[in-house]
Design a protein around this ligand. Structure first.
Ligand code: GDP
Ligand code: MG
Ligand code: ZN
Length: 299
């Protein structure tokens, strides 16, 4: 048996997993026990996973064990929605990137992302880019709801110092619709990083072309997971019943402990909305997402 050492998954492609160890990067195939269990999605390694590997040759090894995940971002597998697909593990914060204009920010999308993050134990934050061309009037309501808000211009450099400070020492994922400026933002965070268009396939040691699914990039003391083609995705583990736990600013003082905040009497959430303590758009998002979950409980 070769040497066993700990590491963290920093890159995933279709057939190779790169693990960063104290001895450098080790390329691991999915072999042995993990290969047998590959149909069990949660047993598969995800970028960010802390693992034990066994060295089999120079720069090569096998993943033996995946440590329990502190947090995760996951979605229903697009091909088998009853199965969980883990996008990234041990993520500290999900940076929801929106643009002030072009494309117009969508509040329901932001709120779905905050729920998705919360469901995996990840702290959501909102990054409003392109503030050089405008700033939505409702941004403050997210700060009021306990969600950190960053106003930045990736193009002009405004607000980047604050964002950098927040990201320092964390593992984060940037998520947002295409065109909001995620690539520009990551490049601006670290001049010279020059994020490639990672949709382009790359040559692996096995002589086959594969697409990178996810990769950890170091950005100025922070680590950001770059997941090409990752668009806003579905919520795993969220139901019409537990959705309310993911709206952290909603009070827990309704008359009924299992209040759905829809039509029950003495609902503290509806009262909070009426008094202007809870933003009505957050409540509307709650109702829309709940409806969606009740109608399509599997997705
Ligand atoms: N005005 C303005 N435009 C920006 C800013 N950041 C990015 N853009 C533009 O928005 C477009 C989309 O940016 P890109 O980084 O490709 O977005 P992505 O799809 O989220 O990766 C590009 O034309 C950028 O030049 C910004 O801070 N201000
Ligand atoms: Mg991009
Ligand atoms: Zn209620």
């Amino acid at each position: 048996m070769g040497r066993v050492m700990p590491g963290q998954v920093t890159k995933m492609t279709a057939n190779v997993v790169e693990v960063k160890t104290e001895q450098g990067v080790v390329r691991c195939g999915l072999r042995g026990r993990l290969k047998k269990e590959r149909l069990v999605a949660t047993k598969l390694a995800a970028v960010g996973d802390e693992v034990e590997i066994e060295i089999s040759g120079p720069g090569e090894g096998t993943i033996h064990e995946i440590r329990p995940r502190r947090t995760k971002l996951s979605r229903p597998d697009p091909l088998r929605p009853s199965r969980e697909q883990i996008i990234a593990a041990n993520v500290d914060t999900l940076i929801i990137v929106m643009a002030a204009v072009q494309p117009e920010p969508d509040l329901l999308t932001i709120d779905k992302c905050t729920v998705m993050a919360s469901a995996g134990g990840v702290v959501p934050a909102l990054c409003m880019n392109k503030i050089d061309v405008g700033s939505p009037p409702w941004l403050h309501m997210y700060s009021k709801a306990g969600i950190p808000v960053f106003r930045v211009s990736a193009m002009k450099g405004d607000g980047l110092a604050e964002l950098r400070a927040y990201l320092a020492g964390k593992l984060s994922v940037f998520l947002g619709p295409s065109g909001v400026g995620k690539s520009t933002l990551l490049n601006a965070m670290k001049p010279g990083l020059a994020l490639k268009t990672r949709e382009v396939s790359e040559r692996t040691g096995e002589g086959r072309h594969t697409t990178t699914w996810a990769e950890v990039v170091e950005v100025d003391g922070a680590r950001v997971i770059d997941t090409p083609g990752l668009e806003v995705f579905g919520m795993w583990g969220v139901t019409g019943q537990n959705l309310r736990e993911h709206f952290k600013e909603f009070p827990l003082t309704c008359k009924f402990r299992d209040c759905s905040h829809t039509n029950e009497p003495k609902c503290a959430v509806r009262e909070g909305v009426e008094r202007g303590e809870i933003h009505s758009s957050r409540y509307e998002s709650y109702l829309k997402i709940r409806q969606m979950l009740v109608e399509r409980p599997r997705e």
